[in-house]
Design a protein around this ligand. Structure first.
Ligand code: MOS
Length: 749
């Protein structure tokens, strides 16, 4: 774009770039292979570590015979519980979930789950370390093992909390309204254990410089890794720097500090060399978290017209016996629909399995499948159209928190989604629509995800050429953070995009929260905006006090920056380029730092994004094959800062919804607890041929309360709603209700 047009569209505080489908600023680096991921980082003297994982679920390690491995030329170290350095508090000094998890750091002989780290082999080459790892002879003493979910339910225990809320909730009185209801649905829905599999597996490179540790680590939380590794090793946080400019996907799996990070640092210290440890694909199915299995009991009751009169949602979720982690599936049931009588509960089933963790829309993804399915069943029972059912029960305020929503455009999502989908053409009777051998069904579901925000800091510094360096210890998980922050900074400063450089992914930068919970932009962009405003104000001060500047002694409020030029608002011809001003002040640092945090709005409003998803499903009447040729998703997510990367996030979420509905399922051998499909050949995710047409509607929404940019998160809401919509469409196509994910053909024939 020419400078002239850019000026015409106005810069300064007026949005010129925000909202536009700007290409990724890091795109060229990525396609040229110049974006360095952890496994690409080369340092002199680098050696390679391979983790050895347990092959049983609960045992004591009697002995590990390392003779053959140690004898292999090129092997530098074989670390087991017998020779690993002792850590403060047995390696448990940093346990403070969710950032600090219960780790396996070779401090004792106990095995608590399948694929628990039990040794680390370090060698000159990756090949030798992998080969040596396979030469270890491990002798286990089997211990009594709890693997049965049904049996475990008997001793289920309440979690301490549910993402900051109480695990149980009650409003009104469910029992009498349940008993007196005109229509009732009572059903059990189950979701399986699932594993995130970002393209880039977890990886760490650890390098000691005396007592200082540099970690290149693929993480969603550089600051969290810095503090939890320091605590675990018993050193000061200032001694640890965590670097991570690019992340090849994460989805929650990289939100915590897992065992391999600390083990890599321990190995590097042991061999006195920089060590790289890349988690192998099958190792992703053990020590780095996963979505836990849930069993959800739903009771929904309505009056004759379909108004909800009682809702009960009881969740049992698996966790590890060594650590509680809760999938908060019933949280959305507290606020999604209007009903006076609502009770929810969460219970944990402790098993000898790995510790679960956040996986894209933890809670809302699994919970919305159950709730949206049950509501569909109630609509059928009441003889009400599923969309009409949702409109009847629309919640105008958050009835759990008893707060207004900061904004809610769900009605518009229903309306626009239904129109685009052609919902009105749906025959209300199930198993009536046919196309040759295909049974055709339409289903829908509501999408929702909280719009969170945490405190963050950022800095902005002018460079002599008139460009600005913006810095913040946040992350780009492939999501578009670099680009969106560049847009926000450029608009705030009145600069073209190319004059802004964003530096992130380093714990030495101004502090930012975990890039999880769909809150990166909501947390970090306001800090970037504030830092840029302050840096611009300092620059203007410099000009106003400079007798050589055409802006000398002009009142501050009369000055603006447009296209990299400072000028008078009332007479733009009067001014000078930023570079010309700075050239007269060589060596002067013009910079600012800002901290931005949620204010009173966090207590005054309930903040959520909403959406509506419509699915067309085709089921082969003989073979049970299930296809999803068409999805329509209408989402209201506040202000979308970048139409291209934002839509990509929503689309990616919807694809994952198809995956969750039809494909993903981690299978454990019930006898030994060993995952039997720990690879991407047998752990099914969709390929291109599995994904049909996806139409995405972003409903405009102005939210003055949610954060200064009015941007709700888009990372996770895309997966919610889709799963229920597909399950409901399968019912509509076939007349068969599948309450167990994934919905596979064997459940339909
Ligand atoms: Mo998300 S599951 O909080 O990375």
């Amino acid at each position: 774009m020419s400078a002239g047009r850019e000026q015409e569209q106005g810069a300064g505080e007026r949005a010129a770039l925000v909202g536009r489908p700007v290409d990724r600023v890091d795109g060229p680096l990525k396609v040229c292979g110049q974006a360095k991921y952890v496994a690409d980082v080369a340092v002199p003297g680098l050696v390679h570590a391979t983790m050895v994982l347990s092959t049983v679920s609960r045992a004591r390690v009697r002995r590990i015979d390392t003779t053959a491995a140690t004898a292999l030329p090129g092997v530098l170290c074989v670390m087991t519980h017998e020779n690993a350095p002792r850590l403060p508090e047995g390696g448990r000094a940093a346990i403070k979930p969710p950032a600090g998890r219960t780790l396996a750091l070779l401090q004792d002989d106990q095995v608590h789950y399948d694929r628990q780290p039990i040794a680390v082999v370090v060698a000159e080459s990756l090949e030798v370390s992998r080969h040596a790892a396979r030469l270890l002879q491990v002798d286990y003493e089997p211990l009594e093992t709890a693997l049965d979910f049904e049996a475990g339910k008997v001793g289920a225990h309440p979690p301490k909390e549910a993402q900051g809320q109480t695990p149980d909730s009650v409003r009104g009185d469910v029992a009498p309204h349940w008993n007196a209801a005109a229509h009732r649905v009572e059903a059990v829905y189950t979701t399986p254990t699932e594993h995130h599999n970002p393209l880039e597996t977890h990886a760490t490179l650890a390098q000691w410089h005396g007592e200082r540790l540099t970690l290149h680590d693929s993480t969603q939380y550089v600051y969290g890794v810095q503090t939890s590794v320091a605590k675990t090793l018993g050193i000061a946080p200032e001694q640890v720097q965590v670097i991570n400019p690019y992340v090849g996907g994460a989805f929650g799996s990289k939100g915590s500090t897992w065992s391999h990070v600390v083990l890599c640092a321990m190995a590097a210290r042991a061999v006195g060399r920089p060590v790289r440890l890349v988690v192998e694909r099958p190792q992703m199915f053990g020590p780095v978290g996963n979505r836990p299995r849930t069993e959800q009991h739903l009771r929904l009751a309505s009056d004759t017209a379909g108004h909800l009169t009682a809702v009960q949602h009881d969740v049992w979720a698996e966790t590890s016996r060594i650590e509680d982690w809760l999938e908060t599936s019933a949280l959305l049931t507290r606020m999604l629909y209007s009903c006076e009588n609502v009770a929810t509960s969460h219970r944990l089933v402790g098993l000898d399995i790995p510790v679960p963790t956040f996986q894209r829309a933890p809670g809302e993804s699994t919970g919305s499948f159950a709730l949206e399915s049950a509501l569909d069943e109630l609509a059928v029972a009441a003889g009400v159209d599923p969309l009409a059912m949702r409109l009847l029960n629309h919640a105008d305020r958050d009835e759990h928190k008893q707060l207004p929503f900061s904004s809610k455009s769900l009605r518009a999502c229903y309306e626009q989604g239904a129109a685009a989908f052609g919902w009105s053409r749906r025959d209300p009777r199930p198993a009536r629509q046919r196309d040759g051998d295909w049974q055709v069904g339409y289903g829908m579901g509501t999408a929702t995800y909280p719009s969170k925000r945490m405190a963050a800091e950022a800095s902005a510094c002018w460079r002599p050429d008139g460009s600005v360096l913006v810095r913040c210890a946040t992350h780009d998980l492939g999501t578009g953070t670099y680009t969106a922050l560049s847009q926000v900074a450029a608009d705030t400063l009145g600069l073209p995009l190319r004059c802004v450089q964003v530096e992130i992914g380093d714990s030495a930068l101004p502090q930012a929260p975990v890039s999880g919970g769909s809150m990166t932009i909501a947390s970090v962009a306001p800090a970037v905006q504030d830092a840029c405003r302050a840096a611009l104000a300092r620059l203007v001060e410099l000009a106003l006090g400079d007798a050589a500047s055409p802006l000398y002694q002009v009142p501050h409020e009369r000055v603006q920056c447009v296209g990299g030029r400072l000028c008078r608002r009332d007479d733009p011809a009067q001014g000078e380029s930023v570079a010309a001003l700075l050239a007269r002040h060589p060596g002067q640092r013009v910079e600012a730092r800002a901290r931005s945090q949620p204010g009173a709005e966090a207590r005054a409003y309930s903040r959520h994004a909403f959406g509506a998803v419509f699915a067309e499903v085709r089921v082969d009447r003989d073979l049970g094959e299930i296809r999803v040729p068409r999805l329509v998703g209408a989402f209201a997510v506040g202000r979308l800062l970048n139409e291209k990367t934002g839509r990509s996030q929503l689309l990616g979420g919807m694809v994952w919804g198809v995956s969750m509905a039809l494909h993903e399922h981690t299978l454990r051998d019930p006898r030994y607890g060993r995952v039997v499909n720990a690879n991407l050949a047998e752990y099914h995710v969709p390929v291109n041929a599995d994904i049909g047409k996806i139409e995405l509607i972003v409903v405009p929404e102005d939210d003055p309360h949610v954060n200064p940019l009015g941007a709700k998160g888009v990372g996770e809401i895309g997966i919610t709603g889709v799963v229920g919509a597909i399950a409901n469409a399968v019912y509509h196509a076939t007349g068969q209700r599948v309450r167990e994910l994934p919905i596979t053909l064997d459940r339909l024939i």
